[in-house]
Design a protein around this ligand. Sequence first.
Ligand SMILES: Cc1cc2nc3c(=O)[nH]c(=O)nc-3n(C[C@H](O)[C@H](O)[C@H](O)COP(=O)(O)O)c2cc1C
Length: 465
Amino acid sequence: MKDLRSFLSTYEDAFPRDVIRITKSISSVHECTAIAKKFEKVGKYPLVVFENILNSKGVKSKFPCAINILGDRNKLAHAIQSTFENVAIDWRAKARKKIAPEIIQRQDAPVKENVFLSADVDLLDLPILHIHEMDPGPYITAGMFTCHDPETKTPNTALHRGFVAGPNEIRCFLAYRSHAAFNLSAHEERGQEMKVAYWIGHHPSVLMGAHTPMSYPESHYETAGAVSGAPLRLVPSETLGDDFLVPADAEFVIEGIMKPGNRKQEAPFGEYPRYYGPQRFSPVFEVTALTHRNDAIWHAFMVGINNNYGGTQEEGAIYEIVKKAVPQVQRVYVPVSGAGRFHAYIQLKKTHDGQPKEAILSALTSSYMIKHVVVVDEDIDIYDDRWVLWAIATRSQWDKDLVVVPGCMASPLDPSTGHRGVGTKGGIDATKPAPPKRFPMTLSIPQDVMDRIKLEDYIDKDKIG
Ligand SMILES: Cc1cc2nc3c(=O)[nH]c(=O)nc-3n(C[C@H](O)[C@H](O)[C@H](O)COP(=O)(O)O)c2cc1C
């Protein structure tokens, strides 16, 4: 069975030093963020389970809260049985092989072990994190938001944050180009309320699958099954009708409705580029039910800290689009250092001097988020910013190697963009000239010496680090 707890246990068995269980009492208001920030300062993103967490009322929650479940690329790779290098491409390839979900009976669904209807729900009892100082309060950050297209009834699922404004009120941010926003306006045009659900806490491969970008309207439940490798088990909702299906093995499901035109203030919110996003009028999710498993585990994303999840997702799309234009592409990496979304490093086995610019132009069209592209040769480790910067330092001349495209659509969350997210995109060709042109040789020492000389044969182990 693939669920959050099965992942936690297999991951902890495989990487015991990367799972930290904090048993000491800690507040959900900023204190968990402080722990995550301190780890980030030393370049670590362990999976942390806060077992005794005070909720936003200052009362010990019945539930633990886990962060960094998808906190770094190794965890993403482990979740879908891939590797650090191949995870983005494998994620995309698996998603393509859709697997239809399986509908099960209520009595067989773990998420129905505890059922509370609206008046009995108090979301503020949950260990929901209040992450940054200017955030207005606790936010659901790893909530998979499911709603339907009113015409075809196709479900749509994606991550959409939710400000928990009261015991049974959530204000959700649905970006205007998101499919959830399309669904909401389609309901509003018909004067109908929209049925909605958040599901929180599932096997990360299910999250990755359900979060695969799709066309509209298309169900993400099928990609969830494909990426996790088994049909996603679904069960009818409690209050939204039997045709509104939610994941049976999620830790929590929150059900509710959005009434036409009902908007309230939401944010500022600490966003992934590490700046606060503006306050908005966001749709209100009126809670009709909360269901959860016994001993349920809350899942939170530390938005604005280790924010490479979205970037890794983009990589598969960039790779495919660049591969069409330049088959010599070897690898693509969207580094955390580029706010996790704005930079793309492309590694080429260059055979023609025009290829890097071709790769830059195609990568820039892969997503409005990708702002700067750096193209390097195959001897550069694209997963290490230092070597990409070294390639820029020693293999580029900007009068001929720079591409600048002003007036593009850009992320409105990039504070350097102009009006409504209009920005300049560009790229740097940091490659050597294509063969047979000559370029100075990089430094080397004989490989047999590298293989033979081991630090531990010469230096105390504790000094090696
Ligand atoms: C961690 C994380 C949090 C996100 N939060 C939001 C959000 O609050 N609102 C939003 O509209 N999109 C958010 N997104 C982006 C959407 O989930 C993403 O664009 C998704 O593909 C949209 O799905 P759709 O194509 O079905 O509209 C988030 C993405 C990630 C990775």
